[in-house]
Design a protein around this ligand. Structure first.
Ligand SMILES: Nc1nc2c(ncn2[C@@H]2O[C@H](COP(=O)(O)OP(=O)(O)OP(=O)(O)O)[C@@H](O)[C@H]2O)c(=O)[nH]1
Length: 349
C-alpha cells in the first residue's frame, strides 16, 4: 500500500494558516483531503471556519480538531491515535493536511512519522511555514536587545532569546517551503528585507513563495515529496539533544465568554485598546451580535482586527460570544476580561 502524503502547515499565530487551507479546499482539484487542525486555545475556532468550505474535497467527518494545547506536546496522546484512525478508514484520504497551532514546534511532529505504525503508511510530503510579512516587518520576531539585557541582568540564568524569535527560527528551520504571506500589507522594500531575514533562517534550497491571502499554487504546495521524517538531522532545532522535552510556558491563553453584543463598534474599539495596552498577540472567536441572524467571526492579529459574518446561527446553537485571547506569559487576564465584560451580555439560560 502506498504511503499517504501529509503536509504540515506551520507558522506563527495569525500568519494565515487557516486562510491558506480554505484556499486549498476551494482548489483541491478533485483530491480527497483530510484535515487535522490543532489549536493552542481551549476553543476550536479554525475547524469551525473550514467546515462546510468544500465538502466534496473534505467532508466534516474528515476534519479532526485537536484543541487545547500544542500538537508537538501531545503527539502520543492525541496525534498518533488521530492519524491511525484516518489511516485505518476503508476510504483513506489521498492527502492529509495538518495545521499546527501557531505556537507549535514542527520538528517533534515530523519525528512522530518515524513511529513504526505511521512510518509504513504515511510520509511527510513537506513542512510549509507561513510567515506574516507584515508582522516580521514590524519587528515582531526580533529580539529587543535592551529588554533582553535587562532581563538577563535580573536573572543571569536566562539564556534564550525572545520566545517569538525562537519560534520563528524553529518553524523556518524545519520548513521545506516558505510562504511569505500578507504581501498585500507591505511595500516592496520592507518585503525584500523580510525575505532576507527569512533566507537567513532556512535550509539551503528551500523555496520562498510570496502570497496574499494564502493564494498559492496547490500543485506546488502538495507535491514537495520531501519525506521530511527521513531527513530530520538537517533541520535545526533549539530542543535538539533535550530529548524533545519542551513546554510553552512563555505563552498564556484564556477564553472570554458572554452572551450577545449590543454595540459592536464599542466592543471592537475596546478590544483595540486592550490589545495595544497588554500587547495581546492574538484574539479570535465568534460573536453573537444583537439583531443579527449570522454569527460574526472576529480575528485580531496584533493591532489588526478583522470581522465578518460567516453563516447563520443554527437553531441548535446558543447565541453566545467566545473569544480566545493569546499573549506572552504574564498577560493580565483580569484586566482584559474586565475590559471586555461591559460589551458582552450574559448568556441566555
Ligand atoms: N491582509 C491580509 N490578511 C490576511 C492574509 N492572510 C490572512 N489574513 C488575515 O489574518 C487573520 C488570521 O488569519 P488565519 O488564517 O486565521 O491565521 P492562522 O495562522 O490560521 O491563525 P492561528 O491559527 O490563530 O495561528 C485573518 O483575519 C485573515 O483574514 C493576507 O495575506 N493579507
Amino acid at each position: 500500500m502506498s504511503k499517504v502524503p501529509t503536509t504540515v502547515i506551520t507558522g506563527f499565530l495569525g500568519a494565515g494558516k487557516t486562510t491558506l487551507i480554505r484556499h486549498l479546499l476551494g482548489n483541491a482539484g478533485g483530491r480527497r483531503l483530510a484535515l487535522i487542525i490543532n489549536e493552542f486555545g481551549d476553543v476550536g475556532v479554525d475547524g469551525e471556519l473550514v467546515k462546510g468550505c468544500n465538502d466534496a474535497a473534505c467532508p466534516e467527518d474528515d476534519i479532526v480538531e485537536l484543541a487545547n494545547g500544542c500538537i508537538c506536546c501531545t503527539v502520543a496522546d492525541d496525534f498518533l491515535p488521530t492519524m491511525m484512525k484516518l489511516l485505518d478508514r476503508p476510504n483513506r484520504p489521498e492527502h492529509i493536511i495538518i495545521e499546527t497551532s501557531g505556537l507549535a514546534l514542527p520538528k517533534p511532529l515530523v519525528k512522530a512519522f518515524q513511529w513504526p505504525d505511521i512510518r509504513t503508511r504515511a510520509t511527510v510530503d513537506g513542512v510549509v511555514a507561513l510567515i506574516d510579512a507584515d508582522a516580521v516587518a514590524a519587528g515582531r520576531f526580533a529580539t529587543d536587545e535592551a529588554a533582553l539585557a535587562a532581563a538577563r541582568a535580573a536573572d543571569p540564568s536566562l539564556d534564550h532569546e525572545s520566545p517569538l524569535e525562537e519560534l520563528f527560527e524553529e518553524q523556518l528551520g524545519c520548513a521545506d517551503m516558505v510562504v511569505l504571506n500578507k504581501t498585500d500589507l507591505i511595500d516592496a522594500e520592507p518585503l525584500a528585507a523580510v525575505e532576507r531575514q527569512v533566507e537567513a533562517e532556512i535550509r539551503p534550497g528551500v523555496k520562498i513563495v510570496r502570497a496574499a491571502h494564502g493564494v498559492v499554487d496547490i500543485a506546488a504546495l502538495l507535491g514537495i515529496t520531501a519525506a521530511a521524517e527521513d531527513d530530520l538531522d538537517s533541520r535545526p532545532s533549539h530542543i535538539d539533544g533535550l530529548d524533545a522535552d519542551h513546554d510553552h510556558d512563555d505563552f498564556d491563553s484564556f477564553v472570554v465568554a458572554g452572551g450577545e453584543v449590543a454595540d459592536l463598534d464599542a466592543m471592537l474599539t475596546g478590544m483595540a485598546t486592550l490589545i495595544a495596552r497588554h500587547d495581546v498577540l492574538r484574539i479570535k472567536g465568534m460573536v453573537a451580535v444583537t439583531g443579527k441572524g449570522s454569527r460574526l467571526v472576529v480575528q485580531a492579529v496584533g493591532p489588526r482586527i478583522q470581522h465578518f459574518y460567516d453563516r447563520p446561527w443554527l437553531p441548535s446553537e446558543s447565541r453566545r460570544t467566545q473569544l480566545v485571547v493569546i499573549g506572552q506569559k504574564g498577560l493580565d487576564r483580569a484586566a482584559i476580561e474586565a475590559g471586555l465584560a461591559p460589551q458582552l451580555g450574559s448568556v441566555a439560560a
